[in-house]
Design a protein around this ligand. Structure first.
Ligand code: N01
Length: 603
């Protein structure tokens, strides 16, 4: 393949916190040949998409910025969405990232090309890139989830999800039904209630809520941050370590009593009606679902024009919502504060790694990665905010920084070894997951007695890191090269198992060809996979007989089933098969699994 001069070496997907952090870390590492593809026309990721009334961050502002780019302009202890978006845009300017960003570039497919060790990435607009490395930045809380209630279609009013707020609808004087009482709803319900005629809030499960100690950052504090070197950093550290100290409770739920009594205290102070208080009191350990932070949600629920509905939703009707007690709650507008499709992160994506392995097949038993950044079968591909990399107690920006650092170190490792391919070993990923899932068993997420988006439909925790964020950060300082397979194209060409003549047969068609093949035993399925290129006059004809089985024979060897893929720029076809190879095997190297002790603990 001849690469266009403008081909990026690294392709980053998404211009939210993760993608932009990756871009900055690449620049810092001296890598300037990268592009950031952004589907929208503006940076910001989740902070561009979520604009609902009252939208803000429930992590303290001083902790919600990059450690290397402190924000001197925060106006509040808990920043609102416009300020956060403004910060992100400022970072783009300060680090001169705009020349690298391509807007309106939604990726529709990723295919790994083993003959070049590059990815082929195509966008909806038809642009094609062949980067050496792909870093996928879109986070897990990205695709709005709207429950499939029966009868949703006939609703006559307007309905939208909180992450797709429809500002063309003026809620003043309207009857609004809100489904969900999670992190988004507790922020927008108090705002909507100020102008709507009625707000019915449909709660399926109560959430634990801690008070939000929000206030403006005073002029004196701002002046002190400016005048005293290191003061803002010290403040940030204090917030970091106070959040960090909470991890003990997440790992040992019996220690959650302190936090739970703070949440009960808020309920007691703000909700005086015992019946309402009982309806709002969760029946599971705090921390099992993400802990919410709000001081105005309970007061909003007690306004004259607001009702908390606890009877389950049985259907959406033309006029509103029918609950299981038979009541119809009429509404003009229906707002789904129902969260995101976390488990479906790549459900519909065309992401194909080595030898045609799709992400759907790799994750058929559930999402699994190594340290939340690498997935076996997908060389030169890194995830950010991947499975089991988040904590419930810390700012996600901290996690993102650690991951971006780690990925640049993996790239440095490739350069040092002269490798064109890096892939986490299947054994390392398996052992890593065995260790973390064992640790997750006793945590509050798994054993706190609730259902949450941390758990998949089988109850396996696909989201949380079972340790402190400091322990995650430590694990991401330096990649352990024993856990990665590093190789170069040149090495693999020398390793060729067979180069010479062969015969392709397809029905009554027999074609003499030249083949160039190698292969290896795949720990993912235990089969020997062979692959390479084939050239010859009749290969086009064989390729066109897509419905007739195709076989390859070499010399006196067995006739083995084969599949032809697309033609490369030199006119060769890629060919592959699994099982008995058409050439004799000298020796098959079997991967030795990495031991649990080597992987050490997640903590
Ligand atoms: O969603 P959620 P979100 N019938 O999943 C209910 C991040 N975030 O958009 O608890 C009836 O928290 C569901 O009920 P239940 C943050 O990580 C961050 O609010 O499943 N109800 C719940 O009440 C957060 O965790 C910030 O029983 C149904 C609600 O919908 C994540 O985004 C701000 C239902 C969903 O709550 C998601 O938050 C906002 C059904 N079929 C969000 N299905 C920051 O400040 C779901 N629900 C950083």
């Amino acid at each position: 393949m001849t690469l266009a001069a403008a081909e990026p070496d690294v392709l980053v997907v998404g211009a939210g916190f993760a993608g932009l952090c990756m871009a900055i870390k690449l620049k810092e590492a001296g890598q300037d040949n990268f592009v950031v593809l952004e589907k929208a026309d503006r940076v910001g990721g989740t902070w561009r998409e979520n604009t609902y009334p009252g939208c803000g961050c429930d992590v303290m502002s001083l902790m919600y910025s990059f450690s290397f780019a402190p924000n001197r302009k925060w106006t509040r202890m808990y920043a609102r969405q416009p300020e956060i978006l403004d910060y992100i845009e400022r970072v783009v300017r300060d680090y001169d990232l705009s020349p690298h960003i391509r807007f309106g570039a939604e990726v529709i497919s990723y295919d790994f090309d083993e003959t070049t060790d590059r990815w082929r990435v195509e966008t909806r607009a038809g642009s094609v890139f062949h980067p050496r490395i792909v870093v996928a930045g879109p986070g897990p809380l990205h695709k709005p989830s709207v429950p499939a209630f029966s009868g949703r279609e006939p609703f006559r009013g307007t309905a939208f999800h909180s992450a797709e707020w429809d500002y063309s609808v003026d809620l003043t004087g309207k009857r609004v039904a809100v489904v969900g009482t999670g992190a988004s709803a507790v922020q927008f319900v108090p705002e909507v209630a100020k102008t709507a005629a009625r707000v019915d809030v449909f709660q399926r499960t109560p959430h634990w809520i801690l008070p939000k100690l929000d206030r403006p950052i005073t002029a004196g504090e701002k002046a002190a941050f400016k005048a005293v070197p290191g003061l803002q950093k010290a403040y940030r550290h204090a917030i970091y370590w106070s959040h960090e100290s909470l991890i003990a409770g997440f790992l040992h739920p019996r220690l959650m009593t302190v936090l739970e009594s703070a949440a009960r205290g808020l309920l007691r102070r703000q909700v005086h009606d015992p019946e309402l208080r009982a309806a709002l009191t969760p029946g599971y350990t705090i921390g099992c679902k993400r802990i919410l932070v709000s001081s105005n949600f309970y007061p909003a629920l007690q306004r004259e024009n607001v009702d908390l509905v606890t009877s389950g939703i049985s259907e959406i009707t033309e006029r509103g919502i029918r609950t299981e007690d038979g009541q119809v709650h009429e509404a003009d507008v229906l707002v789904y504060g129902t969260g995101f499709a976390v488990g479906d992160r790549f459900e519909n994506e065309h992401l194909v790694g080595r030898r045609g392995l799709t992400i759907q097949r790799a994750w058929r038993d559930g999402m699994e990665a190594y340290l939340g950044v690498a997935v076996t079968g997908f060389p030169n591909f890194f995830l950010m905010m991947g499975p089991n990399s988040g904590g419930g107690n810390q700012s996600i920006v901290f996690v993102i920084e650690a991951q971006a650092h780690y990925i640049t170190r993996c790239l440095a490792l490739m350069t040092k070894r002269g490798a064109t391919r890096i892939e986490v070993r299947a054994g390392a990923q398996r052992e890593f997951n065995r260790v973390i899932h064992r640790k997750l068993e006793g945590t509050v997420w798994n054993s706190g007695g609730c259902d949450s988006w941390y758990l998949d439909e089988t109850g396996r925790n696909r989201a949380a890191w079972p340790g402190s964020s400091a322990s995650y950060w430590r694990r991401l300082r330096t990649p352990d090269d024993r856990h990665f397979e590093l190789s170069s194209l040149a090495e693999r060409e020398n390793d060729t198992e067979y180069r010479g003549p062969g015969v392709l047969t397809s029905g009554d068609l027999t074609v003499g060809v030249e083949v160039f093949l190698n292969g290896h035993l795949e720990p993912l399925d235990g089969l020997y996979h062979w692959y390479g290129r084939v050239a010859g006059d009749g290969v086009d004809a064989a390729k066109q007989r897509s419905r007739t089985p195709l076989f390859l024979t070499i010399g006196d060897g067995p006739e083995v089933p084969a599949a032809l893929a697309e033609r490369d720029p030199w006119g060769h076809y890629r060919i592959a098969g699994a099982g008995t190879p058409p050439f004799p095997l000298a020796a098959v190297e079997v991967e030795v699994p990495v031991s649990g002790a080597e992987l050490a603990s997640a903590e």
